[in-house]
Design a protein around this ligand. Structure first.
Ligand code: ATP
Ligand code: MG
Length: 759
């Protein structure tokens, strides 16, 4: 007899079907790109409801893309209607905020805590480092932030970090970490990494809390499992629980692809996939091998590139969508020429009637590369959207406005408070701020508390004018705070903030056209707040009791991820521009991968570091496998970086793609025009940019010698990074003595073919 879930299984292959129907032991689905891992996850949720009488409230799904989350919610609400809202579908961070807001009291915190993003974090670390008198040149806030983040991702406490420190840097980091953490607590704030770490702490320290969540969530599903770090991994384990506990473990289903792990810099470890079977002894592993996304040519190229990575499990990914078109290669003179090529090509694709704008995506390695594309797209009137980059919520005026709201919601929030203390200018200068902060540190009270003390003249060295200004500010914030206590609408509070602080008036009085854009952005923020107020609350059982809707609004905007800007519907007719990192999990009929140059992609940083290079190669694999039917790979001979034109050699990844898959529309001219380039280009053999067309070979005699000076930094394919200690001879007889660190000091002839690049 046909089961009511037949339609859920009909368009799945046997392996996918097994994954959907599997019950009991933890399940790991490992498979290459486009093999239906996300589809399995979505379908499994539907199947649980239809066939296994699971209630949506028992499901917790961790996803990374809006698209997947929307698909899951939609499918579930089609099946069970409004009850779907009790299912938790979110990112790790949103899930943790939700848990922490409810359980804040247990951890001795208040539930209106602020969430600090990387910019806030850096500000606070800068303040801490300054208070500790650290040399900002030796200990940049950015670097300290990375180290602290790494410690948190490994769940290492401040005490453990201090105990384990073995050298100067580690001791310094531990010291900053400890003070930073104390200041976060004083500010009633958490950074992104805390969200995970504190949730783990909560579940480990309070068994009854852990039990509550384990009783509730009987199914935990995680997409993109390869990008979880140790803290997230531990969180999943704690949520699921272990056999023999009060509550039997939840069913766990994770899907991932070790070849797409691209967040090592955030502490993601492939280990979590590789050792899943060891960590969960009863685990079942299912492999998926058929790719449903891309043509065979695209897939073959992707397989060829990724197979160069050492220590990976080989996968046999195939597609029955046919060979498809060849991959188009293009060598541009410079980045403008590259962008013009992309624009022209998009024009042809649209004209052919075969594709529309929203089916096309342009990828690049770093956000700053979007600018050239934007310029030309604007000029040609080609509608586009940039995902990521300077995001709406990162604009100065938007951050200022939000800082006001955050201070109102959580008066202890030091970073937000100090941000707006004198914005717009109200006579509380740096010196006054420093007096207050010194006092706060000395008395071990929060900055906000010290500010109140200042009003009562208890802060030394503060002049009367500053004191009056502070008193006025405190009064203003108190009276705005009454709106929050009353539970006024966020949009109304925001409007009031903008007018009573004089923020809007200041912008309106300005002649700077940028300030007019700023007003528009603030209006946009008011609109966002209005829409938020008008939305129905999430399911009742999950509503967290927080003071009014302000906290909920702030939570929403603080956790907006790049991926959230990607529209769910493909109907709005614009080309999408984004970094390779953001493209994870997505698919487009047409993909342009641009900037395929050594030093750009792979990133400069990776040239002398095999581990980083492997990560870049995984990124290439992610990029290529986003494409369904058409793939373009391009590079520029010369690209301006930091105002300097530099000649970049072809990305080594070009050379890893079988030549017969590439259709070169334009190749590197055999005799490149002289440029003001500072980088020497490798000979034609390694350029990879010539593809199927044989290149006339060049002897070393007519290859210009590489020009190096003492002190220059280079990277050599064999020896890695080095610095030039001596240069001898001229022309083709020039040699350089280079210190390659642990690889030794080597004397090399500076002739064509030497696999070395000047940095
Ligand atoms: P990635 O590794 O990039 O995240 P994935 O493994 O999650 O990819 P999906 O995004 O789930 O793959 O699927 C890729 C495409 O193939 C989607 O368009 C999906 O709808 C389609 N697809 C998956 N399985 C099947 C199937 N059995 N029949 C037809 N189409 C399928
Ligand atoms: Mg996926």
């Amino acid at each position: 007899t046909p089961s009511r879930s037949d339609h859920l299984l009909a368009d799945l292959n046997p392996a996918q079907r097994r994954a959907v129907e599997h019950s009991g032991a933890p399940l790991l689905v490992v498979a290459g790109a486009g093999s239906g891992k996300t589809r399995v996850l979505t379908r499994r949720i539907a199947y649980l409801l239809a066939e296994r009488d699971v209630h949506p409230g028992q499901i917790m799904a961790i996803t990374f893309t809006n698209k997947a989350a929307a698909e899951m919610k939609e499918r579930v609400s089609d099946m069970v209607g409004g009850r779907a809202r009790s299912m938790w579908v979110s990112t790790f961070h949103s899930m943790c905020v939700r848990v922490l807001r409810r359980e804040a009291k247990t951890l001795g915190m208040s539930s209106n805590f602020s969430v600090y993003d990387s910019d806030d974090t850096r500000r606070l670390i800068t303040l801490v480092a300054r208070d500790l008198d650290l040399d900002p040149k030796r200990y940049a806030a950015r670097t300290l932030a990375v180290h602290i983040s790494n410690l948190k991702n490994e769940l290492i406490s401040t005490q453990e970090a201090a105990d384990a420190a073995t050298n100067d840097l580690e001791r310094r980091v531990a010291e900053v970490y400890a003070v930073y953490q104390r200041r976060l607590v004083e500010s009633n704030s958490m950074d992104f990494d805390d969200l995970i770490m504190k949730t783990v702490e909560l579940l480990q320290r309070f068994p009854d809390v852990a039990e509550h969540y384990r009783r509730r969530f009987r199914h935990v599903l995680v997409d993109e499992y390869q990008d979880t770090n140790h803290a997230q991994y531990t969180l999943v384990r704690e949520l699921v629980g272990v056999a023999g506990g009060e509550v039997p473990p939840a069913e766990l289903c994770v899907v991932g692809d070790a070849d797409q792990s691209i967040y090592a810099f955030r502490g993601a470890t492939i280990r979590n996939i590789v050792e899943f079977e060891r960590d969960y002894p009863q685990a079942t592993t299912i492999l998926l091998e058929q790719n449903y996304r891309s043509t065979q040519n695209i897939l073959t190229a992707a397989n060829a590139v990724i197979s160069r990575n050492p220590n990976r499990r080989d996968k046999r990914l195939w597609s029955d969508l046919g060979e498809g078109e060849k991959i188009v290669g293009y060598v541009a003179d410079n980045e403008h020429d590259e962008a013009a090529f992309v624009a022209r090509e998009i024009d042809h694709l649209i004209d052919s009637g075969e594709f529309n704008n929203s089916e096309i995506a342009v990828f690049y390695r770093t956000n700053n590369q979007s600018r050239v594309f934007e310029e030309i797209f604007i000029r040609l009137g080609l509608p586009y959207r940039v995902v990521g980059g300077v995001r709406f919520y990162e604009r100065r005026e938007v951050r200022d406005a939000l800082a006001y709201l955050r201070t109102l919601a959580n008066p202890e929030d030091t970073v937000s408070l100090r941000r707006i203390l004198n914005v717009p200018k109200r006579g509380i200068g740096d010196r006054a701020e420093a007096c207050v902060s010194t006092y706060a540190e000395r008395e071990r009270i929060s900055f906000a508390a010290a500010l109140r003390e200042a009003v009562h003249d208890r802060v030394p060295m503060l002049n009367p004018r500053s004191r009056n200004a502070i008193a006025g500010f405190v009064e203003l914030m108190d009276s705005l705070g009454e709106m929050v206590t009353r539970g006024d609408d966020v949009a109304d509070i925001l409007e009031e903030v903008l007018s009573r602080t004089g923020y809007r008036a200041e912008l309106e009085a300005s002649d700077d056209p940028q300030d007019h854009t700023r007003i528009e952005n603030l209006n946009e923020l008011v609109t966002v707040a209005r829409e938020f107020t008008e939305q129905p609350p999430a399911s009742e059982e999950d509503t967290v009791v927080v003071e009014g809707s302000l906290a909920a609004f702030l939570e929403r905007v603080s956790l907006v991820a790049d991926a959230d800007q990607i529209p769910d519907a493909e109907s709005d007719g614009v080309v999408t521009l984004m970094t390779l990192h953001t493209a994870k999990g997505l698919e487009y009929p047409v993909v342009f991968c641009t900037g395929w140059e050594d030093g750009v992609f792979p990133h400069m940083r990776a040239l002398g570091d095999p581990q980083e290079l492997s990560e870049e190669r995984r990124l290439a694999y992610v990029g290529i496998t986003r494409a369904q039917r058409r793939l373009y790979l391009s590079r520029a001979l010369v690209r301006s970086a930091w105002g300097q034109p530099s000649a970049n050699p072809a990305s080594r990844f070009f050379g890893e793609i079988p030549a017969d898959l590439l259709d070169w529309r334009r190749v590197e001219p055999t005799r490149a025009a002289p440029t003001t380039a500072t980088t020497w280009r490798r000979g034609s053999t390694a350029s990879g940019g010539l593809g199927s067309r044989p290149a006339p070979s060049r002897g070393w005699q007519d290859t210009p010698a590489m020009k190096l000076d003492v002190g220059d930094r280079v990277t050599h394919d064999k020896y890695g990074l080095g610095s030039v200690v001596a240069v001898d001879g001229v022309g083709p007889r020039a040699t350089a003595t280079i210190d390659f660190g642990s690889a030794g000091t080597v004397r090399l002839m500076l002739i064509g073919g030497v696999p070395m690049t000047k940095l």
